[in-house]
Ligand binder design. Structure first.
Ligand code: BYC
Length: 347
């Protein structure tokens, strides 16, 4: 009976509804799987959004769950390096700005987990996959934040790289993901701006402050380029994701945009560019740049970066310490439902 379902079994009902819809469509239109797939692709090609109850190929659903949940994990794990600096911010104003930025990241994670749940998976399964190392999160968060300058570099470069990617994801084919991205991008723009302001203050400050800004830029520049993923030729998911319009631009194209937008920002700060091979290519109308250290990238995404273990341990600890909140919420929900059932029975 619907009255007695909790949040998780409610998701199971959504799953059942999806299956029924599929069955209904097949019977209603007398369509084979291949025909339904052709209709689905046609919808995508004509820029219509796919919504949770629409028919979708299983591989599309799985690929979306993979990307969206990893995106959610990145937002949540990404709270750690900056969260660590809230108590060390140099002024009350900086503390409040950083605090609200970190809270925003938590909010982004929650929108994305909710959007992923519309695909018929439980949040607890997603969290288990993160904690067991089965699901990835953005490589950048396995680098330690060491100085206040890193708060500038993270806001400017990490949120900056995320925006370049997420602006294109506002047009992703799955409705709940696309709508989530619109709000997230607005908030990320403020994040990027606050990071750049920190860098401007340091770069125009004392020689020691300028050196701090340079050091943060040097450490975060290359890992920010890695956020866009492997070269297109090495990217396992790109071809399918581009066909299904889950991704609207390729890893290399987005990375190039970020390189081009960042070069004048570095020059404005009066800092040295960390890529000594960077040159403007007049013919292409873009920069040519040096090669990323791919060995480092693969080591980090496979669990061997500087902070991988620490990030997951911290997540597990926070999750366990928060168990009482989840228990209290489900008890309260149960109580409310029981009250409703009693009132209905009495009426
Ligand atoms: N780090 O076939 P590929 C933020 C994995 S957070 C780790 O190209 P895809 C913020 C990839 O998952 C915003 N893993 O994959 C928060 C795949 O492994 P699996 C984060 C990476 O999915 C707090 C394998 O390598 N943004 O803004 O087509 C504070 C092969 O790659 C990475 C998003 O998550 C990486 N950098 O393309 C501050 C954006 N790159 O799954 C800021 C959403 C690749 O087969 N995600 N891998 O085990 C995407 O746009 C895409 O998933 C990617 C990768 C471009 C990242």
């Amino acid at each position: 009976m619907i009255h007695s379902v909790d949040l998780y079994s409610k998701n199971r009902i959504i799953k059942v509804v999806n299956i029924l819809t599929t069955g209904e469509e097949m019977t209603k239109y007398n369509k084979s799987e291949a025909e339904l797939e052709a209709i689905f692709q046609q919808k995508i090609d004509s820029e219509q959004k796919i919504e949770p109850k629409d028919w979708m190929p299983e591989a599309y659903r799985k690929n979306l769950i993979r990307q969206m949940s990893q995106h959610a994990h990145s937002e949540i794990i990404g709270m750690q390096p900056e969260g660590n600096f809230i108590t060390r911010a140099p002024s009350l104003r900086r503390k409040t700005v950083l605090l609200s930025k970190v809270q925003d990241e938590g909010g982004h994670g929650l929108y994305l987990y909710s959007a992923t749940e519309t695909l018929g998976i439980e949040r607890s399964e997603l969290i288990s996959a993160l904690q067991s190392g089965q699901a990835k999160y953005a490589s950048i968060f396995n680098y330690p934040a060491q100085t206040w300058g890193d708060m500038g570099a993270i806001g400017w470069l990490v949120d900056g790289a995320a925006i370049v990617n997420q602006v294109s994801l506002q047009r992703t084919s799955y409705g709940p993901y696309a709508r989530g991205m619109i709000r997230i991008c607005k908030e990320e723009s403020f994040h990027q701006r606050q990071g750049y302001v920190i860098m401007m203050e340091l770069a125009k400050g004392t020689p020691a402050q300028k050196q701090m800004a340079q050091d943060s830029l040097n450490r975060f520049y290359w890992p920010s380029l890695m956020m866009f993923g492997p070269h297109d030729s090495e990217s396992a998911h790109s071809a399918k994701s581009m066909k299904w319009k889950i991704k609207r631009e390729t890893n290399d194209d987005l990375r190039q945009k970020f390189i081009d937008q960042t070069a004048p920002q570095i020059a404005y700060l009066g800092l040295e560019h960390p890529d000594k091979d960077l040159v403007w290519n007049e013919e292409k109308g873009q920069h040519d740049s040096g090669e990323i250290d791919w060995e480092e990238f693969y080591a980090v995404i496979n669990g061997n970066g500087h902070s991988n273990r620490q990030r997951i341990q911290h997540h597990v600890k926070a999750h366990e310490e928060g168990a009482w909140v989840r228990d209290a919420m489900s008890e309260y929900k149960q109580k409310k439902l029981q009250r409703k059932i009693n009132a209905e029975t009495a009426a």
